[in-house]
Design a protein around this ligand. Structure first.
Ligand code: EPU
Length: 432
């Protein structure tokens, strides 16, 4: 597909109501989990995203038929359980696809899955995934960039999954999926408590698994013999919802986002209040409204329920226009700062010392050609472009298409002047 860019005419306050899609980071491991099912699964609110398409391709190579029905639901069914090879060409496009390892091992006893490699904002190891699966009795070798995992029978175990940056979201998911079909009881200590882990546990339980404690740091799993197909609706995307609210706020607009679970965004809403943003919320809706220039904040990203790393770039874009100096550190991915240089090109004043950024708010940003380096950095640049004076071109928007469903259509529905155009200047997209 030809490369594309967004062309944005900034300076229009966004106004209106918009719906958050289903969560990307819930949908991906849940789709991988359907490998475990003996019957068909039906999934609602799976967003239409490039990342979902990549995983669908991997599922097909693993013998799972996967289709989007006319209703919009995704249906899956295992048609050929003999295929347990996930190649580098696909896994390297999206790290979340490493989540097929646990289900393949548990259901088929064998898996050969490519190591995903690094990504745009750091090395992102998978040692915790492998530690957990080994503890369940898997024999794991690394050969020529591939993980080769074997297990005649997985057995429940006590597994500590804490790493240097806390727990691992997909690592917890991978081990939880494998342990669901292991013999006996598993306890995962220092489990990730993200809402997406809870959604995956709810899906597995709907299939017949016996999982308790998801959402806390200790998860108990009683292994069962089989898992059946089931029907499940994915939770709303908390990161997309907050991005849309921040897009409203950075333009001084009035935006309401529905289909959200505000309880998943407490840390973010706390910072909204600290920044003195006009802000309201109720059980499934949140809204922002103009309240003058925002006040500076201090952001240190943390595992859930802390401030999410996946909103660090967007929050930074917003603080570029605040009244005061904000401080940012990303405790999960200290190098996730590729957006800084691009925001600077738009007139932002950001001082970076090692892993800390001090953002000194300016009164105006200026439109400029900029380049998205990852999904969230891309969203932050679009936000900055919506608020900036003049025209902004955001290149490499294939990053944004990976994780925001109908991003520009949603922004246009709120009154933004943003359009997609071919990007003749683009080089071939690197694998991400
Ligand atoms: N880590 C290890 N060892 C591991 C795994 C992770 O040390 O085996 C470290 C990482 O290097 C990082 C920290 O643990 O410092 C957390 O990484 P985690 O494993 O939780 O990340 P992930 O599960 O691979 C998911 C999301 C990311 C999100 C992170 C953190 C999905 C598909 N991806 O990744 O989402 O940033 O959790 O919340 O769920 C995004 O949507 O833009 C995105 C990158």
């Amino acid at each position: 597909m030809a490369a594309e860019k967004f062309i944005i005419q900034g300076g229009r306050p966004l106004k209106g109501e918009v719906r958050a899609s289903g969560s990307k980071n819930s949908a991906l491991p849940i789709i991988a989990a359907t490998i475990l099912a003996d019957g068909p699964c039906s999934l609602g609110d799976v967003p239409r995203l490039a990342d979902v398409d990549v995983l669908a391709k991997i599922m097909q190579t693993l013998g799972v038929s996967i289709e989007r029905e006319a209703t919009g639901r995704i249906s899956t069914r295992v048609v050929n359980p003999d295929q347990s090879f996930a190649p580098y060409e696909l896994v390297s496009m999206m790290r979340a696809s490493f989540c097929v390892l646990g289900p393949l091992l548990a259901r088929r006893g064998y898996a050969k899955v490519s190591l995903p490699g690094g990504c745009a904002f750091g090395s992102r190891p998978v040692d915790l995934h492998l530690k957990g699966l080994r503890a369940l009795g898997a024999e794991i070798e690394i050969e020529h960039g591939y993980v080769i995992a074997r297990a005649k029978k997985l057995r429940g175990a006590n597994i500590y999954l804490g790493g240097p940056a806390g727990s691992s979201v997909l690592g917890t998911g991978n081990v939880m999926m494998a342990a669901s079909l292991a013999e006996g009881q598993t306890v995962i200590e220092h489990a990730a408590c993200e809402p997406e882990v809870v959604d995956l546990a709810n899906f597995l339980n709907a299939m017949g698994a016996s999982i308790e404690g998801a959402g806390s740091h200790r998860i108990h799993i009683k292994g069962v013999r089989t898992l059946e197909g089931c029907s499940h609706d994915v939770i709303p995307d908390r990161i997309e919802a907050a991005t849309l609210l921040m897009a409203g706020a950075i333009t001084g607009g009035e935006v309401v986002v529905n289909n959200i679970a505000p309880i998943h965004l407490e840390a973010v809403f706390d910072k909204f209040r600290e920044a003195r943003m006009g802000f309201t919320r109720n059980c499934k809706v949140a809204g922002v409204s103009p309240n003058g220039r925002l006040k500076e904040v201090e952001i240190a990203t943390l595992p859930y329920p802390g401030f999410p790393t996946d909103l660090q770039a967007q929050m930074m874009a917003m603080m570029c226009l605040a009244n005061g100096a904000s401080v940012f550190t990303d405790g999960i991915y200290p190098d996730r700062l590729n957006h800084v240089a691009e925001l600077q090109r738009m007139g932002a004043r950001i001082l970076r010392v090692n892993e800390t950024c001090v953002v000194i708010g300016v009164e105006k940003l200026q439109g400029a050609p900029v380049m998205a380096s990852d999904l969230r950095a891309g969203a932050a640049l679009v936000m900055a472009g919506l608020a900036a004076e003049g025209e902004t071109e955001v290149r490499r928007i294939y990053h944004i298409d990976r994780g925001y469903e109908n991003f520009e259509a949603k922004l246009v529905s709120l009154g933004a002047d943003i359009r997609r155009a071919p990007d003749e200047s683009a080089e071939k997209p690197p694998a991400v």
